[in-house]
Design a binder for this molecule. Sequence first.
Ligand SMILES: [Zn+2]
Length: 403
Amino acid sequence: MWDRLLIDCNVATMEPRAGDPLGVMTNAAIGIQDGRIVRIGKRTELAGFRATEVVPLDGAWVTPGLIDCHTHLVFGGDRADEHAMRRAGASYEDIAKAGGGIASTVAKTRAASATDLISSARRRLHALMAGGVTTVEIKSGYGLDTANEMRLLNAAKALGKSEPVRVVGTLLALHALPPEFADRRDDYVKMVVDEMIPAIAKAGLATSVDAFCDTIAFTPHEVERLFRAASEHGLRVKLHAEQLSNQSGAGLAAQYRALSADHLEHLDEAGARAMAESGTVAVLLPGAFYALQETRKPPVQMLRDQSVRIAVATDCNPGTSPLLSPTLAMNLACTLFGLTPEEALAGMTINAALALGLEKDIGSIAPGKAADLAVWRLESLAELGYWIGLPGPERRIFAGLDA
Ligand SMILES: [Zn+2]
């Protein structure tokens, strides 16, 4: 006797078959027990099974719950003022050099109480969940000292405990240089390597370490010191790479078997090839491209040619991507970057799971995986990349329960 049996639905399992990237199953049924999928098949194949609750879905589409694999959800204040500055012509670099940008969020974050950090992030998290998200990655990176980075990751962890959603914490240690280290770059990196990473690893607050590799952020050499320390402490790595310029960050990330390299507008062929060889996922962030009004797009065709897996995320953050809708991220990935609707959906399900190293647990609808599902009242799944501002699924199921 199962807990639940979902019937009368069409399912995008995201377990691809030849000629069918979505692994579609029509007239399907899904058996759920103890928060996990126990069986998926044609309704007729599952006819003999019983469940405490049978849930008829009247022909709706079921997809895996959406996975937002790159966010900066926990921070103090917002940067609506910079939005206005940018409209008046200032660039991201101009704002950063004028003491705005990440530095202003760092100041507001350090000044905010833990309660305020959690409650403001909860509002944003609820928006993502309403859009169909069942797993969200949350990066730190606005604390920039060990105590404050821990505070941010603890806030993320608290949200995962209080809300029906899976939260994955990432230590974004090299995001910006904090003001107290303004003329001591080396000392900051040394502090991160010697103190911050060991402390976070010991507390079990993050599974990966991330950095921002660019001319206005950190050099490949500094990033490599970080990656080496992360690896020594058993943490995986990720990288904000090739967003504003080509620093060959993707190749460096691949060398350390990074889970993902993210942004990639300036990625070159050598970088794409290295990512393919190391299985590093390309996480595309069309919200930042849109908000910054960038013109150079990530080389999607090159990624396809090299068979690099492509994920899509909101990059929800106060400065460069105040995006609160996963379905809008999918639409932007299609309209701005030329992804197909199927690629966009894979980008927020199975490939996003890979980008978090959680592909054994989530990202597709298969026996043994978590019963994290989204039920969409749509004629076709192409609508997921089509509507601009689709409100979200009719039902959102987390660990087998409507939530
Ligand atoms: Zn980011």
